[in-house]
Design a protein around this ligand. Structure first.
Ligand code: NOJ
Length: 663
């Protein structure tokens, strides 16, 4: 902000009372900004019904008076935006960004003479799909740095609403089962995105967008009994150290009249900046890997007789990838650091030296010749200090070996940063993940981050961040995951972006890892769970020898999409979505249910009119059940048009997948 602009702001007569409506482009959502006796509030209505009651805004600062009281409005500005942009990698190629914006420039009215009033801006954007706002603190003469002690943002929803939540500040980060709880019970912090069903029947997902240089936002009830932003602290208890100008992440309320309206809510991506560079080199891939064999105990990450990541196994997997039309092969346990208790090895893990039986020159050369990408692996165990010392060299080492994809990992309950134990979701954690994304972009490396910071849409700006984990995935199967999980995450975790769920396990009845899923459901996941890198997570023999006809679905399913059309969904019960391939020739439908059987009657009116489609249906056979008959699958084919319906039965813990090719 220039000094002359600053002066022009201050030349207006500030007002202590102000009230202003900001309507969504379709006028159905109304956000009201209020300044009452120097304090700022907002409220939100949809279709005339109050969803968010008056909610406080402000920041508590360390060593300074809070930016909360004695605020007065200097002036405000309004903008209208309606544009579309092309999403290089994602669930939709063209994304519409349509909102009305109001910017409120505030200053403090000070009683003490001679004191310098501080400035703060509140920027609101109201979309047809919800409301977003953020704090912006411009540079100002006597105020150049801030230590944020608390963010005072409230989300004052009716506390009888039910929230699907996972707990924050727990050792396994975001990896918990979702539960539905009335808001009035949220005395302990929960993560976002959370989806809330209001007593009036609206569905509101609270999340954040463009999380940079700040602690991640959790939510919990404050002393007034209202939901409030709870920013993940640093080890010294502060929330963020920033210099000005500074913007907080966007606070986002996605609002739908039905759960499936949340699915295509693109506010989070729209609130992020376009790519800063040329990312036309980014390529989404499917990959197999030296991975599940470790989970079922056939191979090990550690060295020894059953070591998984050997030269020989990699060559076998590269050959299998070619036969399976898979573009990449992951190698976990390739480097020094896995022997003994690997969770304790973070301080010495070495990202520059393979184990003796992994000939990286030979493996990478062979993969290169075969046109197969190696997905490298960096398990840091959260020991950021050790990782950052090697980071750039480790990226260079990989690119020197034609390795352009990295799965990274941050297992453990805390990170070690500057010698301190910090939350993964704290400001320093956020900054570390960001450093890896930006440096990877410099080296044209794609990332799949496990134990990540949650998605806040930054992959719009950095499309090389192809996917993340950040929720319980398939590795929790074997008792810890209930079949309802996959009917909840589309409305919660997946609103934050793609997830590497590690789908496609066909060896469902393996005693070492018994899945709560049917076989048909394993292929449904490729449609219901978006990920810019999709793993076909089982061992190749299960695709080539045991169930080759089911594998055909994985062979043919794309990774990124032209369009996404959610068809049916009830959070925790069932979910069905259709997606169109980027070449616009083929639709795919995926459906999943919880532990109850569910029959769906699908209207195919999203298909091109008058066209005939050849539908291949992979569904649970009539007597399938995730507990005692998970492998029974029926594969059928028929011709359909847009005026047809598909009736499909899903077994308890089951699902289905359909491929519809235009003839
Ligand atoms: C946890 C990750 O989620 C998993 O995929 C990986 O195999 C292990 N960490 C080891 O890095």
């Amino acid at each position: 902000m220039t000094i002359s602009f600053l002066k022009s702001l201050l030349s207006h007569q500030p007002v202590l009372q102000h009230e202003q409506k900001i309507l969504s482009p379709d006028s159905r959502i109304e956000c009201v900004f209020k300044l009452r006796n120097g304090e700022a509030f907002y409220s939100v209505k949809k279709d005339g019904k109050l969803i968010v009651r008056d909610s406080c805004l402000g920041l508590n600062l360390q060593g300074e008076a809070p930016l909360k009281m004695n605020l007065s409005l200097v002036r405000h500005r309004e903008n209208k935006v309606d544009e579309s942009w092309e999403c290089i990698v994602g669930e939709e190629r063209l994304i519409r960004n349509n909102y009305n914006e109001a910017i409120f420039y505030l200053t403090e009215t000070l009683k003490e003479k001679g004191a310098e009033p501080r400035l703060m801006t509140l920027r609101f954007r109201v979309f047809n799909e919800g409301v977003a706002f953020r704090y912006e603190v411009p540079p100002q003469p006597k105020f150049q740095r801030l230590i944020i002690k608390e963010e005072l943002t409230e989300f004052n929803l009716d506390t009888n609403g039910g929230a699907w939540k996972i707990p924050a500040y727990q050792p396994d980060r975001y990896e918990y089962n979702y539960e539905r709880t009335p808001i009035y019970n949220l005395v302990d912090a929960i993560h976002t995105p959370t989806a809330i069903e209001t007593p009036d029947g609206f569905y509101v997902a609270i999340h954040e967008a463009a999380l940079y240089n700040y602690g991640a936002m959790n939510l919990k009830l404050n002393i007034k009994g209202r939901l409030q932003a709870d920013i993940t602290p640093l080890s010294d208890g502060m929330k963020a150290y920033v210099s000005l100008p500074f913007n907080t992440p966007w606070r986002v309320l996605m609002i739908g009249n039905a759960p499936i309206e949340l699915i295509t809510n693109r506010m989070v991506l729209n609130l992020n900046d376009p790519p800063r560079d040329d990312f036309s080199w980014v390529r989404p891939i499917k990959f197999i890997g030296i991975w599940w064999a470790m989970f079922v105990g056939e191979w090990t990450w550690a060295s020894g007789d059953r070591h998984g990541a050997t030269t020989e196994h990699m060559i076998e997997y590269i050959d299998a990838a070619r036969r399976l039309d898979i573009q990449g092969v992951l190698a976990e346990g390739w480097n020094n650091g896995w022997d003994g208790d690997w969770l304790q090895n973070g301080a010495t893990t070495d990202f520059l030296h393979p184990m003796p039986d992994f000939d990286i020159e030979k493996v990478s050369q062979y993969a290169y010749e075969q046109g197969i990408e190696i997905v490298g692996h960096h398990e840091t165990v959260g020991f950021v200090d050790n990782y950052e010392l090697q980071l750039e060299e480790a990226y260079k080492y990989y690119t020197d070996h034609h390795i352009n994809y990295i799965k990274s990992g941050y297992a453990g309950s805390r990170m070690t940063i500057n010698g301190r134990k910090e939350f993964h979701h704290s400001q320093v954690g956020v900054n570390h993940y960001q450093k890896t994304v930006e440096l990877a972009a410099k080296y044209h490396i794609h990332l799949d981050i496990h134990e990540p910071i949650k998605g806040t849409g930054i992959e719009r700006t950095f499309p090389n961040l192809l996917t993340r984990e950040g929720a319980r995935g398939q590795e929790y199967e074997g008792g810890a995951l209930s079949p309802s999980h996959c009917t909840i995450i589309p409305f919660t975790r997946l609103l934050a972006g793609g997830m590497d769920y590690t789908s496609g396990i066909f060896d469902i009845t393996n005693g070492a890892k018994r899945l709560a899923s049917t076989l048909a459901r394993q292929v449904a996941y490729y449609v219901t769970i978006y990920s810019g890198m999709q793993m076909a997570a089982d061992r190749p023999r299960f695709y080539e020898e045991v169930n080759p006809e089911v594998y055909e679905f994985i062979r043919n399913v794309p990774v990124i999409w032209e369009r996404t059309v959610p068809l049916l969904g009830k959070i925790g019960e069932y979910y069905v979505v259709a997606r169109l391939s980027r070449d616009q020739t083929t639709w795919f439908i995926g459906g999943v249910t919880n532990d109850q059987a569910h029959r769906v009657h699908l209207n195919l009116d999203f298909l091109e009119e008058a066209a005939i489609y050849y539908a291949e249906i992979y569904r649970d056979a009539d007597n399938a059940h995730f507990r005692d008959n998970p492998l029974k699958i029926a594969i059928e084919a028929k011709r359909v048009t847009s005026s047809d319906f598909l009736d499909i039965w899903m077994a308890p813990g089951g699902g289905f997948a359909v491929r519809l090719r235009k003839l």
